[in-house]
Design a protein around this ligand. Structure first.
Ligand SMILES: [Zn+2]
Length: 192
């Protein structure tokens, strides 16, 4: 049987949408991208993962944007982005990059036996130092009222969803009972 998608299984994606919707993106210029790659020792013509050296397929946020379903204050900007392969991006999630690289998480650079691990850590430390960014205090910028209101909105959406799910369960039970009570077709397709 196909699995049933309930409204509540979307709860964390709703919270994530609320979080991600307020995190700004500052698109980098070509020069900024090249300068970043220079610090990391990565050839722009052969984009490699800063963590493990495999071919890069995406850019990863060095410092996580979201932890415990709340913004960390770091945003999407070149100083917080490094080329990454899919494996590393997935494995790292929202962990601290250094602890993750050297730690035992599934598919972490350390567990995959990346040869020049120490040098990669050093380059990333240099990257952090050269393009230091401090987390932004979102709440201080928008003010405590708007901040509180926003998370209350998030709660209301989740609560509304939970109530709708309860009603949906009740309606579905009624529909199922009716479905089970249907007359079964007899031979020739007429009700028995
Ligand atoms: Zn990688």
């Amino acid at each position: 049987m196909p699995s049933v998608q309930t409204m509540l299984s979307r709860k964390s994606s709703i919270t994530n949408a609320f979080v991600n919707s307020i995190i700004p993106v500052i698109p980098p210029s070509q020069e900024e991208v090249l300068a970043a790659l220079r610090i990391l020792g990565i050839d722009p013509e052969d984009l490699r993962c800063a963590y493990c050296g495999d071919r890069a397929s995406e850019w990863d946020h060095l410092r996580p944007l979201v932890v415990n379903r709340r913004p960390t204050g770091f945003i999407s900007e070149i100083a917080n982005l490094v080329p990454s392969c899919g494996k590393c991006n997935q494995s790292k999630g929202n962990q601290n990059w250094r602890a993750w690289m050297l730690g035992k998480a599934y598919l972490s650079p350390a567990t995959r036996g990346v040869a020049d691990l120490a040098q990669r850590v050093q380059r990333l430390e240099e990257y952090e130092k050269r393009q230091e960014v401090l987390p932004i205090d979102f709440e201080a910028i928008v003010g405590p009222e708007a901040w509180a209101r926003y998370w209350e909105d998030c709660e209301s959406v989740v609560t509304a969803l939970r109530q709708s799910q309860e009603l949906a369960n009740k309606l579905k039970a009624e529909i199922l009972a009716a479905a089970r009570g249907r007359p079964t077709p007899g031979p020739g397709g007429t009700p028995a």
